[in-house]
Write a protein that binds this ligand. Sequence first.
Ligand code: UDP
Ligand code: MG
Length: 304
Amino acid sequence: MSLLSIIVPCYNEEESLEIFYHTVQETLKPLKMDIEYIFVDDGSIDGTLSKLKNLHKAKGHVHYVSFSRNFGKEAAVFAGLRESRGDAVVVLDADLQHPPSVILEMAALWEDGYEVIEGKKSNRGRESFLHKLMAATFYKMISGFMKMDMNDSSDYKFMDRKVVDVLCSLKERNTFFRALSFWTGFKTVGVTYAVQERTVGKTKWSPTALVKYACNNLISFTVAPLYMIVTVGLLFFVIGLALAIDAVVDHYMGIAVEGYPTLVILLVIATGCILFSIGITGVYIAKIYDEIKERPQYIIRERE
Ligand code: UDP
Ligand code: MG
């Protein structure tokens, strides 16, 4: 019988873990696959780790990895992927916002030969208007840059071993799991699911964390902003050239204008553009700096 690895990133999820485990076990009874669980404790500061230890003692197929500190969900997902041994792997949140019943559908599609089965949100659950707006903008941008439809995508994914092996072999540390599985190019299909309310606990995302997440992912995934700078720079060059020619012509025709306002406006716009561009370039340099240090994406304190 083939083995399914269930990977669960956990950050301060002490209240969710038991409900999560029992719900998933109950839901997956009809599944004709062996199951192993890999919980990744992402440096939780509550009782998550001791809950995981108990669960591991009670159930042989429950394994855990515990980070030395909080490294973020991306790191947790990748640590889980590296620990997994399954012929297929599914990643889902500990708070049951990703309904486990969808795994049955995903497994059926996997049997049919699909290699990446992507959970797509049919709704976005209860989120603030600002959160929704930001998410929509971010996915529009990244979908445009990457020429793939990322809207409604989520981290709820079922993958074949082939895909997991490719993801684990990547050397980059600023990963963006959601887009990378697309990027691998394996046979992909989507399954829609309704985002559930969080069972217990509360979301770990603050608005600033979200903005940071969006910027980081955009920059780690695409160099399109750098090209945008080039385009804008070129545009300004052309406009500047036209204005310069105009000024010279005016000068020889003896109608040199007082032009002060134009000058100020141009100066302000140009300075703004230059600073913005240097900023974007700087962010990429920072990323390169980050990557060449070759620090690990996460540090494991213990695993079982
Ligand atoms: N998570 C994590 N590390 C973090 C933040 C979150 O491993 O730094 C986990 C969290 O325990 C949960 C999943 O990632 O299993 C999704 O987090 P959350 O429910 O807070 O986010 P939301 O569902 O609101 O996007
Ligand atoms: Mg959640």
